[in-house]
Design a protein around this ligand. Structure first.
Ligand SMILES: [Zn+2]
Length: 99
């Protein structure tokens, strides 16, 4: 029996201040990337779909973007890229036993 399906991953790429098209406020928008991956036996294998959205933190309105639009937004972000939350630098200060 083969078990396959899809699994969705959501990444927050940046927080960008935009004038919201719905509420009209210059509010922070989260730029998010949703990747849908094909999985086999619950192991994600390869992405089959990638979507970019912005969501207004003021009114919650979400808007879908093309990859090009998302790239343009990211290129205009002055702050450095946010680090992945799981990418904490590992502490390598090993205990050196005194000889
Ligand atoms: Zn809004």
């Amino acid at each position: 029996m083969i078990i396959f399906g899809t699994k969705g991953y959501l990444y927050t790429l940046a927080m960008i201040t935009l004038v919201c098209g719905r509420c009209g406020n210059p509010a922070a928008h989260s730029l998010k990337k949703r990747v849908t991956k094909f999985s086999l036996f619950f192991v994600p294998l390869f992405p089959i779909n990638t979507k970019y959205t912005t969501q207004c933190t003021f009114c919650g309105a979400a808007q879908q973007l093309s990859k090009e639009q998302a790239d343009q937004l990211l290129a205009g972000v002055q702050q450095p890229q946010p680090q992945p939350q799981y990418g904490q630098p590992a502490a390598h200060d090993h205990q050196h036993p005194t000889a």
